[in-house]
Ligand binder design. Structure first.
Ligand code: EPU
Length: 421
C-alpha cells in the first residue's frame, strides 16, 4: 500500500493542466456498449476508476484499447451480465445497466455495495427502468432487468429526497435512446456531466434534447453508430487545485478548465477573500488572499455548491480566520475528513450534517487516514499548509479520481513524496 508524504510550508507557483472529467468519462465509456461500431473517447483520465470501467467493458465482451488519454472501444458482441467481482469495486459501474437493457433487452448487474460517503441506493435508477416497461428484480445481491419486448418511451421522474440523481439520469438516458417512442425525463440532474453524456449519445445518432435542464426529451432510434468525443475538463480536480492555490498559492494557473462549471466555488473563494481570475484560453488564476475571512456554504445539486468539493473547502476553512459553517445536503454523512482534520489541530464541531469550523492559525502535520476520494484530497490539501510532514495513508482512494496528483503538485512547487509502506 502506498502513502503520500506532504511536507508542509511550500508556496505554490506555476501551471497545472486539468485532466478530463472522471465523472463524465465513466458513463460515456458505458454508453459505448450501445453500438457495435467503433467509438473513440478522448481525454479520459488515467485513474483506477476508469481502469475498472475498461475492465468491465472488456468482461462484457467489448474490445477496448487505451493509449495516450484515448479509449477506443468496439462492442460487436456484448454479454448482459456484469459480475460482482468487478462491480463491487466501483459504484459507478451501475451505469452499464441502462446501455445493456437498451441494447440487449436484459441485464444482470450486481448491486453496487455500500459506500463510505453514506447510503447510496439505486431505487431511482430502477424505478426509471420500470417506467420504461422493464421488469426489475433484486435477488441474491443482483439486479436483474428484463424487457423482452424492448423498452417503451415514457415519462420518468429522477428526483429523490436529496435532489436529482446524476448517474440515474444518465442511466435512463442511455436506456431510452433505443426505446420505442418518446421518453420525457422530469426532474433530471443538470450536472455538466449529464450534458456531456447527452452530447456523446447525440454524436452516436441519438435524439436527446434538453440535457442541462430539468426536462430531457428523448426520441428513441433503432440503432446507434460509432462516434468520437472529447470529455469535458474535470471541475472537481480543478476545484481541488483552486483550493490548494487559495491555501498555499502565490501564483497558480490552471489550464483546461471550464470556469462556468465552477461558479459557486469561485464565488465562495472570492467572498472568502481569495482573488480568482479568469484568463483567456480556458484558464484560471489564483493566489492566497491577504485579507481572508470565514464563510458559509450549503452543498446541493448543480448549479449549487458541489458536494464533491465540500471536504477540500473544510480543509481551507480550517485555517481561515473566523467561523465557517459548512452544511452537506446531498450526502448528509459525508464528513469522514473532519476527525482527521481535527487530529491535525483543526477546530471543527459537527451538528448533524453541518460542520462548524473555527479557523485556527496553523494545522500541524499528523499521520492521517484517507477514507474516500474527496476526503483524501482534503487531507493532502490540508497538509500543504500544515507545519511538518503529513502522512496520508490509503492513497489508493486518491488514485481513483486524481490523475498524477503527486506529479501535478510537484510541478507547482509542493513537496510531496509517494512511498510504499
Ligand atoms: N439517490 C437516491 N436514489 C437513487 C440514486 C441516488 O436516493 O437511486 C440519492 C443519493 O443517496 C444522494 C443523492 O440522491 O443522496 C444524489 O446521488 P446521485 O445519484 O446524484 O449520485 P451518483 O450519481 O451516484 C455522482 C458522482 C458523485 C457525486 C454525486 C453527486 C459519478 C461517478 N459520481 O454520483 O461523485 O458526489 O453524483 O454530485 O458521477 C466523487 O466523484 O467523489 C463522487 C462521489
Amino acid at each position: 500500500m502506498e502513502k503520500l508524504l506532504v511536507h508542509g510550508g511550500s508556496r505554490l507557483k506555476g501551471t497545472v493542466t486539468i485532466s478530463g472529467s472522471k465523472n463524465s468519462s465513466l458513463p460515456i465509456m458505458a454508453a459505448t456498449l450501445l453500438t457495435r461500431e467503433k467509438c473513440v473517447i478522448r481525454k479520459v483520465p488515467d485513474l483506477s476508476d476508469t481502469n475498472y470501467m475498461v475492465r468491465i467493458l472488456a468482461t462484457l465482451g467489448a474490445d477496448v484499447e487505451r493509449a495516450s488519454g484515448n479509449v477506443i472501444t468496439s462492442a460487436e458482441n456484448v454479454s448482459h451480465q456484469a459480475p460482482y467481482d468487478l462491480v463491487r469495486k466501483m459504484r459507478a459501474s451501475v451505469c452499464v445497466l441502462g446501455p445493456l437493457v437498451g441494447r440487449l433487452r436484459q441485464a444482470l448487474v450486481s448491486l453496487p455495495g455500500g459506500c463510505v460517503i453514506g447510503d447510496r441506493p439505486i431505487d431511482l435508477h430502477l424505478r426509471g427502468l420500470e417506467a420504461l416497461g422493464a421488469r426489475v428484480e433484486v435477488k441474491g445481491g443482483d439486479v436483474s432487468v428484463h424487457a423482452a419486448e424492448g423498452l417503451r418511451g415514457a415519462e420518468v421522474n429522477m428526483r429523490g429526497k436529496h435532489g436529482s440523481t446524476v448517474l440515474g439520469t444518465g442511466n435512463i438516458m442511455m436506456a431510452a435512446v433505443l426505446a420505442k417512442g418518446q421518453t420525457i425525463i422530469e426532474g433530471a440532474a443538470v450536472e455538466p456531466e449529464v450534458s456531456d453524456l447527452a452530447a456523446f449519445l447525440n454524436a452516436m445518432g441519438a435524439k436527446v434534447q434538453g440535457a442541462g435542464t430539468r426536462t430531457i426529451v428523448i426520441e428513441g432510434v433503432d440503432e446507434l453508430g460509432g462516434a468520437e468525443h472529447v470529455v469535458i475538463p474535470d471541475r472537481i480536480e480543478a476545484g481541488t487545485f483552486l483550493v490548494a492555490g487559495a491555501l498555499a498559492g502565490d501564483d497558480v494557473t490552471l489550464e483546461n478548465v471550464c470556469s462556468s462549471h465552477m461558479g459557486e466555488l469561485i464565488n465562495f473563494l472570492r467572498q472568502s477573500g481569495h482573488p480568482v481570475n479568469e484568463l483567456p484560453g480556458d484558464r484560471l488564476h489564483i493566489s492566497s488572499g491577504q485579507d481572508v475571512r470565514g464563510n458559509d456554504l450549503v452543498t446541493g445539486p448543480y448549479p449549487e455548491f458541489a458536494t464533491d468539493m465540500q471536504a477540500q473547502v473544510c480543509a481551507l476553512c480550517a485555517t481561515t480566520p473566523g467561523i465557517s459553517v459548512v452544511t452537506e445536503t446531498v450526502f448528509p454523512q459525508r464528513f469522514m475528513h473532519v476527525p482527521e482534520l481535527n487530529r491535525m489541530g483543526a477546530n471543527i464541531r459537527m451538528e448533524d450534517s453541518t460542520a462548524i469550523i473555527r479557523g485556527v492559525e496553523r494545522l500541524s502535520a499528523a499521520p492521517v487516514m484517507a477514507s474516500d476520494l474527496r476526503a483524501s484530497a482534503a487531507l493532502v490539501v490540508a497538509g500543504l499548509a500544515a507545519e511538518g510532514t503529513t502522512e496520508v495513508n490509503r492513497l489508493y482512494h486518491i488514485d481513483r479520481g486524481y490523475e498524477n496528483i503527486d506529479d501535478k503538485l510537484h510541478r507547482i512547487g509542493a513537496r510531496v513524496e509517494r512511498v510504499s509502506q
